[in-house]
Ligand binder design. Structure first.
Ligand code: SF4
Length: 435
């Protein structure tokens, strides 16, 4: 039995301080992971683990060999003129690269979960600019942390431990000088870590943009805070919020699903980025940065891989094996039924997408590459099980602050299950060889 320090792929924080004891076949002990991280390790032997390829016959999924499933996948792709590839935020960068290669080879459209999450911010930032930061910088320098629509305590369980309760290199003090501001319409678990100097702001649902506009206005015209407050936040709290935002030496606004979600118009993100730029221009001695709280462990990776090889971070449409201009996204492709089969990798769109889109997605042949059962696995036509990245296969992933981190293979996967990268490679070569 050997003890080893490894990185957890349970969420986008990619904690690299996890100790495991393993004999190379089994993991005996996991030390340092949160409950969510432990669940990731429990997935190895979980009841909902997919351990065999499955093919739907007469409406029922039946066990098959890998070659049988691969043959069926290639047949579907060969008969398809508009394949759709989606997911990839819980796969390594190497698998993401293979996914893009496959999309190019089969003239498909490929998108990652980032499109409907933090990719939106990156897109908008092309117009407004963006000031990003890293976990180390927050630990070492931050005096203000703001969670905006981000329930960090539950979605990225160890984030606040690391960035709020830590003592920075360049500070004699830790938590005592860090102010936490939480803005959310719902009293989430993150409200539970508030100290006496912190500020909890329960905003009226859908009113984020009103608050941002008042803050922007105040940055330009002093004393423009409305007497009655705004969006359910009273004047005094607004003034305190402004004081912190404009007085912080090193502040970070961590934005989450509450503000990234599709219910909010893209203007919310645009105006929030503009507000940050306004403060940074006005602020002479300090700086405010943005951090995006995408949950999947390598959502950021797809943006980097796609950008580096295609010059575009998502929604890639290939024709004649070339990237072409397209304004489509995964949502518009499904909405307009502009696809004739789908390859879903490591995600569960049937649960995540609105029902009217899920219905359209499942109406056409659906191939799933994943390691656990989900709503999508119940409607899939073919399922190919994959190894768990970061445990049974290695590769590169990008942490939520865009830092690349290497994931290790610790144990052998059961039943010689292949990694996402290997499966996608086999599909591509099978297609090229005309199996
Ligand atoms: S916070 Fe995320 S990466 Fe860290 S141990 Fe928990 S699940 Fe794993």
């Amino acid at each position: 039995m050997v003890s080893e320090r490894i990185t957890c792929s349970g969420c986008s924080l990619l904690c690299d301080d996890i100790i495991i004891r393993s004999d190379g076949l089994y993991i005996d002990e996991v030390i340092g992971a949160c409950l969510k991280g432990k669940e990731r390790f429990d997935q190895i032997t979980s009841k909902n683990r997919i351990l065999s390829p499955l093919i739907k016959e007469d409406g029922e999924l039946q066990k098959a060999t890998f070659d049988e499933a691969l043959g069926k996948v290639i047949k579907i792709i060969k008969n398809s003129s508009k394949p759709l590839l989606y997911g990839f935020s819980t796969t390594s960068c190497e698998a993401q690269l293979k996914g893009i290669d496959l999309a190019k080879t089969i003239n498909g459209f490929i998108d990652s979960n980032s499109t409907i999450c933090q990719g939106k911010v990156l897109n908008i930032s092309k117009e407004t600019g963006i000031t990003l930061t890293t976990i180390s910088e927050i630990i070492n320098k931050a005096d203000l942390l703001m969670l905006w629509g981000a329930n960090a305590a539950e979605s990225i369980p160890r984030l606040l431990n690391k960035v709020l309760f830590s003592r920075g290199k360049f500070r004699m003090t830790g938590r005592e000088i860090k102010t936490l501001i939480v803005i959310d319409p719902v009293k989430t678990a993150s409200f539970g870590v508030m100290g006496v100097r912190d500020i909890a702001l329960q905003i009226e649902p859908g009113k984020d943009i009103d608050l941002i506009r008042v803050l922007k206005e105040e940055c330009c015209v002093a004393d423009s805070v409305p007497n009655n407050g705004v969006a359910g936040i009273d004047k005094d709290d607004l003034k305190r919020l402004l004081l912190h935002l404009t007085g912080a030496e090193n502040g970070v606004i961590i934005i989450g699903q509450g503000i990234l979600s599709s219910q909010n118009s893209p203007n919310v993100i645009k105006e929030l980025l503009e507000l940050v730029q306004l403060i940074n221009v006005k602020q002479k001695k300090g700086r405010i940065s943005i951090m995006m709280l995408g949950g999947h462990y390598n959502m950021v990776g797809f943006d980097h891989v796609a950008l580096s090889i295609c010059g575009k971070n998502h929604s890639l449409q290939f024709l004649n094996n070339q990237l072409i201009e397209s304004k489509e996204t995964i949502v518009s492709k499904i909405e307009n039924e502009d696809f004739d089969c789908s390859i879903i990798v490591g995600t569960d769109p049937i649960s995540h997408l609105p029902w009217q889109l899920s219905k359209k997605l499942m109406a056409k042949p659906l191939i799933l590459i994943d390691n656990k059962q989900s709503a999508t696995s119940y409607v899939a036509d073919i399922i190919i099980p994959s190894a768990i990245t970061g445990i049974e296969s290695g590769g590169l992933a990008y942490r939520l602050d865009h830092i690349p981190i290497e994931l290790k293979k610790i144990i052998k996967p059961p039943n010689d299950i292949l990694s996402d990268e290997e499966i996608l490679t086999k599909i591509m070569y099978g297609f090229k060889e005309g199996r």
